[in-house]
Design a binder for this molecule. Sequence first.
Ligand code: GLA
Length: 334
Amino acid sequence: MLKSYFGRLPNGKEIYSYAVSNGAISLTVLDYGGIIQSLKYCGNDVVLGYNTIGEYLDNDGYLGAIVGRYANRISGGSFRLNKKTYRLFKNDGGNTLHGGAGGFSGVVWDVTGDDASITLKYLSPDREEGFPGNLLTGVKYYLTENGVGIEYTALCDKDTVVNLTNHSYFNLIGGETIENHFLLIDADYFTPVNSALVPTGELRPVSGTVFDFRCAKSIGRDIEENDPQLKIAGGYDHNFVLRKDGFRKVAELSSAKAGIEMDVYTDRPGMQLYTGNFLTGRMGKNGKKIMKRGGVCFETQSYPDSVNHPEFPSTELKAGEMYHTVTEYRFHKY
Ligand code: GLA
């Protein structure tokens, strides 16, 4: 693992980047937010990012970051657990998004590593952003022969709720939006949202809708359709109910122009497909603009707002119990 100085926070704290490579895959991660700053497959950088810490501090869309304690929206910024109501910081209108104002995307992680992996640790104190319990969180990025894996662990001294993911924006070709990328998602249902982008609780069949990715289609094919769910989000920003359980392949993204395919594997029940609808065209690393729909996120997780939907898979973590989940992004030429 190669450690390099990356920049400084306004409070003077030095931020470092950590890099590992095995020839086919090169990965660079920051201790700030656990951000994947660069992921190269056979020399092609396939994620959006910035060159400086100042640009990351502006937090324009959680580029590459670990999001937690609780990915996506928590309705009303509150939930009940063990007959108690917990109130969180509301950073997205009346709701909490991606763990609150000081979520895991904005903290500095402790880093260790070896030739093929980078391990980050963060101890989130009891009641940070309103969440119960001291939560010891680990994120291990590891290289595989043709990809990168992310192993999340967490342990708490109180009963709590956890939903961790990574917010990388993928673009296999660069220099253009992801609308020409083909996408397949192994999901028969998705969770429709209300006007604040919070799931209503319904599981709606994808069949006959613009959300049907069971046979690969280009992301752009239906994205401008006059569909109320697409209109609310300005594109795709929805959780898919993944078929089967256990660690399995759930999605395939490909770019014919790049000749590259990326497969997403996870053990999670859901995946937020987000097509970068809120990106604003700021300048990113390597002189490339981070344009609207310039990248696509596959945020593997439990369904958003599960804490307020007993019918969704549970995100509760009992005191002393180990939270453990794995997601892998695997690449190949085609
Ligand atoms: C997630 C959300 C989006 C948006 C992005 C960050 O993907 O679902 O609505 O908030 O994060 O810009």
